[in-house]
Ligand binder design. Structure first.
Ligand SMILES: [Zn+2]
Ligand SMILES: [Zn+2]
Length: 380
């Protein structure tokens, strides 16, 4: 170890360093962890003042307060237990750091960026009583030393729930804001949506208010016409709340939002990826062009356990099928159709004249029109 006292003295005699950078650069050479006190000890040993301007960091460690107070102010109204920190630093800092390291052949020590990050994380942890973690922190802080700014993002919150729709004429999906196409702008109050009543709008508003997020993205398990009702257990959905300020708020299991009710609401850790297969129980009131007879309706029996083919859609639809079919004549030119089928089948086009095969209008030799399509139950 004694031979290594030569490079240490060389480093310290040739370069003015602060206690932090001195500690970091000599740490490996003397086999001790990097620390401010280690730097202090060695600066003293070689008769160097710690009041000079550090060659590597230009005394950035003494000037972290501005950035830190910015971070504390921006995070003061946020719920978080964990955070991570990313730094943007002028390249010249890293270049000077690398210059010393290569000149004195110092390997395997943290770089200046990491050194600053550790120091800041320590202070943030202490002040906000939170822990720094790498994977999936509640808070991500990006401190930009190029322009002394900082950006704070919070981890999204995921919510699962089901909705029941009790009135007609309410679309499921909200239209995207025409000004920003969903990105979020001043016109839409950064929600990314047009200001029209919809199930999506109602759920989004609730969750934005609850968790003080700025946007909600919903992954629906199927959809329905705006004139359809959703009964039974309701239609499941997954919501992602972006940039929530409050993550500790309690979400009630069920809620009444007038035209819709929500149930089974709960926070979940992650949203399932891809589409989720589901089956629906659907009740349809069908009007026919010509009078209909029971004998005629019996033709529909063959539809049980048949696969549906929709040439307008991709091949996935081939795997969708009707499991059960029940019908009841209601009048001369109307009947009720109860279906139990895979989700995602275009019910309307399965009944009315279209390219979907098999097709009920074609099978009955009678042009059918859907008056009402209601979802009795959705099974995931
Ligand atoms: Zn320094
Ligand atoms: Zn907008």
């Amino acid at each position: 170890m004694k031979s290594q006292s030569v490079p240490i003295s060389k480093i310290l005699k040739n370069y003015d360093l602060c206690e932090y950078c001195a500690g970091r650069l000599v740490s490996k050479l003397i086999g001790k962890p990097s620390s401010k006190s280690l730097g202090k000890k060695y600066l003293k040993k070689f008769g160097k003042s710690s009041n000079t301007k550090c060659y590597v960091c230009k005394n950035i460690f003494e000037n972290l307060d501005y950035m830190l107070s910015n971070i504390f102010e921006k995070s003061s109204n946020l719920d978080f237990k964990t955070f991570n920190l990313g730094l943007i630093l002028k390249n010249s800092f890293l270049e000077r750091d690398d210059h010393i390291k290569s000149k004195f052949k110092i390997k395997g020590i943290e770089n200046i960026k990491f050194g600053i990050s550790i120091e800041m994380a320590k202070k943030i942890s202490r002040r906000t009583k939170s822990t720094q973690i790498v994977n999936n922190p509640d808070l991500f802080i990006q401190a930009n030393f190029k322009d002394e700014s900082c950006i704070i993002r919070t981890k999204p919150i995921f919510v699962y729930g089901r909705y029941n729709k009790k009135i007609r004429k309410l679309p499921q999906k909200q239209m995207l804001c025409k000004s920003c196409n969903g990105i979020g702008c001043h016109n839409c109050n950064f929600k990314g949506l047009e200001n029209i009543e919809s199930i999506e709008g109602k759920i989004s508003n609730l969750l934005i208010k609850k968790f003080e997020g700025n946007q909600v993205k919903i992954n629906w398990i199927g959809g329905e016409d705006q004139s359809s009702l959703v009964l039974g257990n309701g239609r499941p959905f997954f919501a992602k709340i972006l940039n929530p300020k409050k993550r500790n708020r309690i979400l009630r299991k069920s809620l009444n939002l007038d035209a819709i009710t929500l149930s089974e609401l709960k926070k979940i850790l992650i949203q399932p990826k891809g589409s989720i297969p589901f089956k629906s129980k659907v009740s349809v009131i069908v009007d026919t062009e010509k009078p209909i007879s029971l004998t005629n309706l019996k033709k529909l029996d063959i539809l049980e356990n048949t696969k549906i083919h929709d040439p307008t859609k991709d091949k996935k639809i081939l795997n969708k099928q009707i499991y059960q079919i029940r019908y009841k004549k209601l009048g001369k030119t109307s009947f009720r159709l109860d279906l139990f089928a895979d989700g995602g089948i275009p019910i309307k086009f399965f009944i009315q004249n279209s390219d979907v095969t098999p097709n009920i209008s074609e099978l009955l030799g009678n042009r059918c029109q859907c008056r009402k399509i209601d979802f009795k139950n959705i099974i995931v």
